[in-house]
Design a binder for this molecule. Sequence first.
Ligand code: SF4
Ligand code: SF4
Length: 346
Amino acid sequence: MIDVYLNKCDNYEKSVEKLVKMLEPYKGKFEKGDKVLLKPNLLSPKEVEKAVTTHPKIVEAIILFLLDLDVEIYLGDSPATGTALQGVKANGIYDVCQKYDIPIVELDDPVEVDGENYKKIKISRKVLDADKIINIAKLKTHSQMILTMGIKNTFGCVVGKEKSSWHLKARTNTNFANVIIDIHNIVKPTITVLDGIEGMEGNGPANGKQKHFGVIGISENAYALDHAVAKKLNVKEKYAYILNESMRRKLIPEYKINGDWEGGKIKLPITAPIFETFTNLSRAVQRVPEINVDKCISCRICENSCPAGAITIDNHSIDYDKCIRCYVCHEVCPEDAIDLKRKIFK
Ligand code: SF4
Ligand code: SF4
């Protein structure tokens, strides 16, 4: 039986002491001299107050726990936009790493690895070279996958633009969920920690609405952890693609929830398949991205990130015949200038 710990924590000031204690049962998983990679969520260079990226206090607690174990620590990510260094400088993890002399690395240098369903996935050598990985996820909604927690966080171990290409190769949400699961099974984190004190609801993972969940989660198994959190938030597996596919692939183990977090509510993205039925009307109503010309600063990040080449910023248009509804544009836009709207297609 896998243990999942979900403890109430009202603010980040209290989180360091609390998380160091929560990590105690996992001491035995680390050996002296291990190279331990810390993999936070550094999606894009955003200030910590925006609740887009893992909070520095959560990272600090994990470093303090590891310092006692005489291991070699480094921290890295391959964010959707910008670099890991830009990400940590924007949110404050950089200062924590400086304080404890922890190297920050870009997860580059690709090595092709085969997953169970998808082959030749370019994973960073710095991930494959680690003896142990601590996956440090953030609790948020996700416009394409509906929820993002521990399983999804290891997608950041795929090098740079390769991430975007998997949207196009997968094409459907179900396939993309299976890509993410294949990658998670390659990365196999030793433990997953979930920063759910401040998270996001609505149209996450970057431009949703900040939400106080007040929870820190931890487990050696991210499938158990994510499933337990979704259950506490009353989100059924069928509405969250990764959990649904994890169930189908029988990857969610039997687990026991420990801790004092009672759970709560979460507003899912407009893209959640809650109202899907097999009627012609529901098939005709699709959720599409639309550029808000008043907010757009023509930085072209969306145009350069769109895996389908569907965006032309010169005239602020999106070709819906090419668009695969991956919502990467919405995720990467630094100005929140991509709206998600329901549109009827004939
Ligand atoms: S990323 Fe946002 S601000 Fe930049 S060009 Fe696209 S819509 Fe405009
Ligand atoms: S326009 Fe946006 S949603 Fe459509 S394919 Fe491009 S990035 Fe994905």
